[in-house]
Each structure stands twice: as C-alpha cells, then as structure tokens.
Design a protein around this ligand. Structure first.
Ligand code: GDP
Length: 356
C-alpha cells in the first residue's frame, strides 16, 4: 500500500496525532497489516456512498479504503548534513509516497518550541530547507555523472536536462512539488522535494472556526493542500463512540474529525481514487490510480481477475443511488458493459466478469 510519511519539527504534535491515528482499535480487525509495523497507522477513507450501497445490497460489512501513515522520526536543522538522526530520517522519507508535514499553530507556554517561537512559516521553511539541501546534494553528484554518461552515449540527454533544471529550481528555494516540476525523467534519483506534500496545521481549537486565519495559513502552502486540526481534540475523540464524537466535534463547529479530513486529503494527494463493489457480504471501496483501465482495477481484487478479464458490468454510484436497486438501474438502461480499454471513473460500482 502507498504510505504518507508524517514529518515535522519536534514538539509540533506529531506523536499526539499519530497516536490518534493508530489507537483506532476498530481498524485492527479489518486491516491486519496495520499492527505489524509499530510506526504505521492505518485509517479509513470516509465514504458515505458505502453506507448507501450496503443499504441497497443488504451488505453485512462495510470496508472503506485504507490510508496508511508512517511516523518518521523527528527532523532537526542540519539533517541534510547527517545531524542527529538525519540520514535515517531522509532514508525514511525516501520510502514514503507522499509527505504530510505537521506544523505547529497552537500556543502553549508549557510546550517549548525548538526555535523559541510559534511561527508556522518559519517552521515550514526549516523543514523545506533540509529537504531542498538533501536534493541539491543528490543532484550535485548526479549531474557530473550524467554529463559523462551522456558524452559516452550511456545516458539520455533528457535526463541530464531534467536534473540540471531541477537543481536550478531548488537553488531558488522552492521544492520541486511546489514548482510543479515533472520529475519523471529523474525518478531514479528519488528526490525528496518531488513527493506530493500536504500540510497539517495543528492549531488551537478556536482557529478551527476562524476562516480568515485558516485562509491565511492555507495561502502559505498553496498549491499544496492544508488540513486543520487540534491534535489534542483528536486524541480525545479516540475513546468516544460515534455519537459522542460527533457531539464533541459539533460543539467545536466541526462536521468531521481532523483525521477523517487527513485521510481524505492524503488520499487525494497520493493521486488515488476508488471504485466500489457491493453484495450481500460486503460493500467495499478499492484503491486504484487515476487513469487505470478496468482490467488493472480488477487486478487489485485478485491478479487472476486481471489476467482473465472479460468485461466489467458498471453502474455509476449516482445512478444506483437514484434508482435504488440494480434491477431498477438496469431497466432504466443505466448499467453498462465495459471492455478492457475502459478507464475507471471515481465511484463506479462494478462487477467484473472473468474466466480463470
Ligand atoms: P512531537 O514532538 O511533534 O511528536 O510532539 P508531541 O505530540 O509529543 O507534542 C509535544 C507536546 O505538545 C506534548 O506535551 C503535547 O501534549 C502537546 N500538544 C500536542 N498537540 C497539541 C495541541 O494541539 N494543543 C496543545 N495545547 N498542546 C499540544
């Protein structure tokens, strides 16, 4: 599964948030792999469509798509020079598919800030600088090597050109993700700042209803997405049942938990989407990449489904929702048979036909 690495300066609330992500006992049963690695937390992608499908198909169980987060030990200034746990830190980020950067927005005189003051913009810069410096080191080694290889016709000049351009962008202080730079030609270099990134502002609960302040913080990180939460509130939500949790959230002017928002935005940041299956046993969301074809999507359920793919019977969620049953949707001509070139759409409700 693709994972999102949680990073941030010390004392910004990473552990508090991560505990809220992992102490979610209900999940352990559905996602057994979640308990294997102590630093991995799995949360469910909230999806009300599954409740509706379970109602229509009489499904006993609902299985949302899992979203995995990995806790990456604290970064410090100087990480790119191997300070502290620097090298390990960078190696762990390299393995993540996306980055969630936790930024401290809460004020609390009892909790020391490593740089002396709560200043989200400066915190982000500290982290970005370490990642940018690490990538510059990688590229400064790669460029001369690529130059030699291009001369000897052992490397594609396009790769050298991309590496040179990436270095120039980093020198301006921007991450490659912020610059929207296509790093496909230099993918083998595993550049850290190319990873899709989202920002988690850990703020005082009052900020959660302060739209002007949130817009200000969101502007700091655009075009990356921002999630706003209070890690302390998130940890209080763990022990509560659904109704109590909703009550607490509503008393703070919230409709859904920060962790639900984080799952949603994280999933989007990874560039993923879901399709749905439903039957008497379960209503389930399956994770695919945007642009995948029907046979590729079938392969997520079982590799045999991809190999033996014949066709897919598909109805959009909107259609089955409005017609209320598969039969009604069929009579209305809303159920389609799609072949192997069909590109999956978000919310397709699917039954695959395959031969083994
Ligand atoms: P980490 O070093 O980034 O993992 O930070 P921790 O999660 O250990 O949090 C550092 C300290 O800040 C702890 O004492 C937390 O209880 C406190 N803390 C974390 N989140 C919040 C928050 O949203 N509000 C307040 N007031 N304190 C918080």
């Amino acid at each position: 599964a693709l994972t999102i690495g949680i990073v941030g300066l010390p004392n910004v609330g990473k552990s508090t948030l991560f505990n809220a992500l992992t102490e979610n006992d209900a999940l352990a049963a559905n996602y057994p792999f979640a308990t294997i690695e102590p630093n991995v937390g799995v949360v469910e992608l909230p999806d009300p469509r599954l409740d509706r499908l379970a109602e229509i198909f009489g499904s006993q169980k609902i299985l949302p798509a899992p979203v995995s987060f990995v806790d990456i030990a604290g970064i410090v200034r100087g990480a790119s020079e191997g300070e502290g746990l620097g090298n390990q830190f960078l190696a762990n980020i390299r393995e993540a598919d996306a980055i969630a950067q936790v930024v401290r927005g809460f004020t609390d005189d009892d909790v020391t800030h490593v740089d002396g003051a709560v200043d989200p913009a400066s915190d982000m810069e500290t982290i970005n600088t370490e990642l940018i410096l690490a990538d510059m080191q990688t590229l400064e080694k790669a460029v001369p090597r690529l130059e030699k290889e291009v001369k000897g016709k052992k490397a594609d000049p396009a790769v050298l050109a991309a590496a040179t351009e990436a270095l120039a962008i980093l020198e301006t202080g921007k991450t490659l993700f912020q610059a929207g730079f296509d790093t496909t030609p230099v993918r083998e270099l595993g550049l850290l700042t190319a990873k899709p990134t989202l920002f988690v502002f850990n703020v005082d609960e009052g900020v959660l209803t302060d739209d002007a302040r949130m817009a200000e913080l969101a502007d700091l990180v655009a075009p990356a997405k921002a999630v706003f939460l209070d890690a302390k509130v998130e940890s209080e939500l763990i022990g509560l049942d659904k109704e109590e949790a909703l009550e607490l959230l509503q008393s703070l002017g919230q409709q859904e938990s920060g962790i639900d928002q984080l799952a949603r935005v994280g999933f989007e940041t990874l560039g993923l989407q879901t399709y749905l299956t439903a039957g008497p046993k379960e209503a389930r969301a399956w994770t695919i990449r945007k642009g995948w074809t029907a046979p590729q999507a079938a392969g997520v359920i079982h590799t045999d489904f991809e190999r033996g793919f014949i066709k897919a019977e598909i109805v959009s969620f909107a259609d089955i929702d409005c017609h209320g049953s598969m039969n009604e949707a069929k009579s209305a001509g809303r159920v389609r048979m799609e072949g192997k070139d069909y590109v999956m759409q978000d919310g397709d409700v699917v039954e695959f036909r395959f031969a083994l």
